[in-house]
Design a protein around this ligand. Structure first.
Ligand SMILES: *[C@@H]1O[C@H](CO)[C@@H](O)[C@H](O)[C@H]1NC(C)=O
Ligand SMILES: *[C@@H]1O[C@H](CO)[C@@H](O)[C@H](O)[C@H]1NC(C)=O
Length: 496
């Protein structure tokens, strides 16, 4: 269990981060100035290139949503490189200051109501109509994936748009953990044993079954900010390692962040792990049943460094797995993103699928050297192009803002001081981890937002988007947070 974050600590840590955003602004400004200078020197060539692309294809318009997330910045850049006019969308109320809207790649920025639901879908379709789009590449988060599919379906039907997302029914099946695991099992894949539980009593009954292995509990159909990183295995044990049923019952009845009820059931999932086990995540762009772009990286539940391992033995297996899955799927030649999470257990050499995210994965940023090709694939410009994977020795990606605070600062500040400021401010490399995951605890070689030819989003990320989110947290939401995800612009509020 993580220690609670007090409101004083909330205010203190938020204020410190705001100061950091302010104090480092001149440095970022210098970087932007240098990049701008460099681009100006290359301007003539770039201008010529632009007019070339413009002449060839006219300006087709693409809609990309999820503007606050780094992956949508990447997708917008890729599409713009391919000559698309990009309309970026984000949710009202907190998305207005998103960094990607400041990108050269984005022509128009629009907002839609936040929180999903009918009004979100209607607004998205309305934007598509008004902006006369021909392509929709959803890049949003887990919260609105199903709505994006609904919007995509309507755009296809009503506007003849190419939408890079599966139909709603398939998205729903892939998105909901228990439905997905059931599907994967039915198709003959190795999956962790899992059961849906609808009450604390049901959970306890399951855990008490003779021979039952330790299990993880995850909310099945609500986005659980706190729970997704919770790797507690049940039943709980006391200090001596013996199963403590009282403690387990108490936790299940009153201790879960999202209460376990009929309406918000949990998935009890076999815990696969043990010595040397490693987690992997993938990104696959699938057009009409064919994988056209694929990336595989080592992963963990708080991933902030993306290291390409697509051509490692496990990467290859993950690709074959994905190919098999799409072939066996009853759905005829699906189009969309299929990003799977796997766990590899060396003891048994099992590669077990854990979940599917039917949306663009941040790992797509590792295709940075192939943005042009990715733009073609997403825009379905060249239907026969080969599948792309990250270039050899592609630079690992992280965020300088995250590295500075979470990875660098701890070597200058004592643990005691850090603990006073924020109880979760621990040095990530001090966490025990298998050798493979050492890599993903180190800073990457490039910042995901940085691009020499498009430097403003980098500045905007650290000196506009984040100050805006932090101020909003400080003044409007007024709640302490447990952690911050720079990549997805999420502030995980503390449960206390
Ligand atoms: C312009 O196009 C050429 C050839 O496609 C390419 O090598 C060059 O890098 C491009 N220049 C810029 C500034 O985009
Ligand atoms: C940030 O979000 C990404 C995408 O959802 C996720 O893969 C990653 O683990 C998250 N990292 C942290 C530190 O929460």
């Amino acid at each position: 269990m993580s220690p609670p974050v007090t409101s004083t600590q909330g205010v203190l840590s938020t204020s410190l981060l705001l100061c950091l955003c302010l104090l480092t602004a001149p440095l970022s400004a210098i970087a932007v100035a240098l990049a701008t200078l460099r681009t100006t020197l290359k301007e003539r060539e770039a201008e010529e290139n632009r007019s070339l692309i413009g002449d060839q294809r006219g300006r087709r318009t693409a809609l990309v949503n999820g503007g606050r997330m780094q992956k949508s910045l990447f997708v917008a850049r890729a599409l713009s490189k391919r000559g698309f006019r990009v309309v970026l969308v984000e949710e009202r109320g907190w998305g207005e200051a998103c960094s990607a809207r400041f990108s050269n790649a984005v022509s128009t920025f629009r907002t839609v109501p936040s929180g999903g639901g009918r009004s979100y879908v209607t607004a998205l379709v309305q934007v598509a109509l008004e902006e006369d789009i021909c392509l929709f590449v959803p890049c949003s988060g887990a919260g609105t994936t199903v709505e994006d599919a609904q919007a995509g379906e309507r755009m296809r039907r009503e506007l003849g748009v190419l939408a890079i997302i599966q139909d709603t029914e398939l998205v729903q099946t892939l998105h909901e953990k228990d439905l997905f695991i059931a599907l994967a099992r039915r198709l003959g894949f190795d999956t962790p044993a899992s059961t849906l539980v609808r009450s604390p009593e049901e959970a306890i009954e399951l855990l008490r079954q003779p021979g039952q292995l330790p299990m993880l509990l995850k909310a099945a159909n609500v986005l659980d900010d706190v729970g997704r990183s919770d790797m507690t295995t049940y039943p709980l044990c006391d200090a001596s390692g013996k199963v403590d049923w009282d403690l387990t019952e108490k936790k299940l009845r009153t201790g879960l962040f999202i209460p376990l009820t009929e309406k918000s059931p949990y998935v009890a999932q076999e815990f696969i792990g043990g010595e040397g086990a490693s987690e992997w995540c993938t990104h696959a762009t699938v057009i009409e049943g064919k994988i056209r772009a694929f990336v595989c990286c080592p992963s963990n539940d708080m991933l902030m460094t993306y290291v390409d391992m697509t051509e490692s033995p496990i990467g290859r297996r993950a690709l074959r797995w994905t190919q098999d899955f799409i072939e066996k799927l009853d759905s005829f030649k699906p189009t969309g993103h299929f990003s799977f999470d796997f766990i590899h257990q060396p003891e048994t050499d099992r590669l077990v699928v854990l979940e599917c995210n039917p949306r663009v994965h941040t790992a797509i940023c590792l295709l940075s050297d192939l943005a042009d090709e990715l733009g073609s694939i997403l825009g379905a410009i060249d239907a026969n192009a080969d599948m792309i994977i990250p270039a050899q020795n592609v630079a690992t990606i992280s965020w300088i803002g995250h590295d500075a605070v979470a990875r660098l600062a701890p070597s200058f500040l004592t643990a005691k001081l850090r603990h006073l400021i924020h109880p979760l401010w621990i040095c990530s490399s001090s966490l025990s981890s298998p050798p493979l995951s050492q890599l993903i605890h180190q800073p990457g070689r490039v910042d995901a937002a940085w691009d020499w030819s498009d430097p403003f989003p980098f500045f905007a990320l650290y000196h506009i988007q984040w100050p805006h989110l932090l101020l909003r947290q400080l003044l409007i939401r007024q709640r302490a947070w447990s952690r911050i995800n720079l990549s997805t612009a999420r502030i995980f509020e503390a449960s206390s």
